[in-house]
Design a binder for this molecule. Structure first.
Ligand code: 6PG
Length: 265
C-alpha cells in the first residue's frame, strides 16, 4: 500500500524574510507546546542557515524574544560535529554565539552533545540524557515538540549523510556516524528519533539546493542518496520553509506563498 508523504511549503522572497518566517515558526510551536504540555522540547540544527533566525529570536528589538516562553524551553541539537564546544565547527558554539549568550535559558535547559568526547561515548551519553529527560522505557523514542532541520545540497539532513551507516540505525536515538565525504565523525539523531517529533520543519535557502529540494520532495524515493526523504514526522506535520531560490523548481505556491507537496512511496 503506497504511503502518501505530504509536505507543506512556505516560500519567503529572500533569506532575511525566511529568517523572520523561521523565528515565527519557532515561537508558534513553542507557545503551542507550552499551552498543551507546559514545556517546549525543541531540537535544532547547526550549519549556517539557522544563524539569522537565532539572531532574530535573541534580538530585544524584535517581538519574538518577548513572546518565546524561555523558562519552559528545553533545547536539544539534532547533530554535532565531533569537536570541542569552543571549536569553530561546533554547532553548539554557533548557537551559543547567536542565541544562548543573549537569552534567559538556564544551563539545565541546554542539552548539548558533548562533541569533545570519543564519538560513541558522546552518542551514548546524549541518548542517555534523552532517555532520562523524556523518561523513555525500552524502545520508546523522544517526542520533541518541534525539530528544526537544514539540508545540504547532497540531500543530507542532521548528520544523516548519503550512504552512511546512520541511515540504517533504527533501534537507537542518537549515534556516532563516520562521514567519509568530510573525513570526520558526527553525532546525530537517528531518523526514527526525528520522525517521532510532533512537528518537523526544514529551513532551506539558496539556489544551490533547488535541484535537491525538487528531487527530495518531488522525485522518486532514493533515501540512500537523499536521506532527507527519510523525514516524515509521525505527528504528520512536515513543513518546508524555503527562500525563493531554494524553491525555484517547485510548483508556484498558491495563496500567501504556501503550497503542498505530496509524494507516494
Ligand atoms: C550541521 C547541520 C546540517 C545542516 C546542513 C545545512 O551540522 O551542519 O546540522 O545538517 O543543517 O548541512 O547546512 P547550512 O544551513 O549551512 O546550509
Amino acid at each position: 500500500m503506497p504511503r502518501l508523504i505530504r509536505a507543506i511549503y512556505r516560500v519567503a522572497p529572500d533569506a532575511q524574510a525566511l529568517a523572520r518566517c523561521a523565528a515565527q515558526h519557532f515561537v508558534e510551536h513553542a507557545e503551542r507546546a507550552v499551552a498543551a504540555r507546559g514545556r517546549a522540547r525543541i531540537a535544532i540544527s547547526g550549519g549556517s542557515t539557522p544563524k539569522a533566525a537565532f539572531a532574530l529570536l535573541a534580538d530585544p528589538a524584535e517581538s519574538w524574544r518577548a513572546r518565546m516562553p524561555w523558562s519552559k524551553l528545553d533545547l536539544w541539537w539534532v547533530d554535532e560535529r565531533c569537536v570541542p564546544p569552543d571549536h569553530s565547527d561546533s554547532n553548539y558554539r554557533m548557537t551559543r554565539e547567536t542565541l544562548l549568550d543573549h537569552v534567559p535559558l538556564a544551563p539545565g535547559q541546554i542539552h548539548r552533545i558533548e562533541g569533545e568526547l570519543e564519538p560513541e561515548a558522546a552518542a551514548a551519553r546524549y541518548e542517555s540524557a534523552m532517555r532520562n529527560h523524556f523518561r523513555l522505557e525500552g524502545a520508546e523514542l523522544p517526542r520533541f515538540d518541534v525539530v528544526a532541520l537544514g539540508m545540504g545540497p547532497d540531500g543530507h539532513t542532521a548528520s544523516l549523510f548519503p550512504h552512511t551507516q546512520a541511515l540504517h540505525e533504527l533501534g537507537r536515538i542518537a549515534v556516532a556516524n563516520y562521514v567519509a565525504a568530510k573525513s570526520s565523525w558526527r553525532i546525530t539523531l537517528t531518523w526514527p528519533a526525528i520522525n517521532s517529533a510532533d512537528a518537523v520543519f526544514f529551513l532551506i535557502a539558496g539556489a544551490d539546493k533547488a535541484q535537491t529540494v525538487h528531487e527530495v520532495w518531488m522525485g522518486p524515493k532514493d533515501a540512500e542518496r537523499l536521506p532527507s526523504q527519510l523525514i516524515r514526522p509521525v505527528g504528520g506535520i512536515l513543513t518546508l520553509l524555503l527562500d525563493r531560490a531554494a524553491a525555484a523548481l517547485l510548483p508556484a505556491p498558491e495563496a500567501e506563498g504556501c503550497g503542498t507537496l505530496e509524494r507516494k512511496e
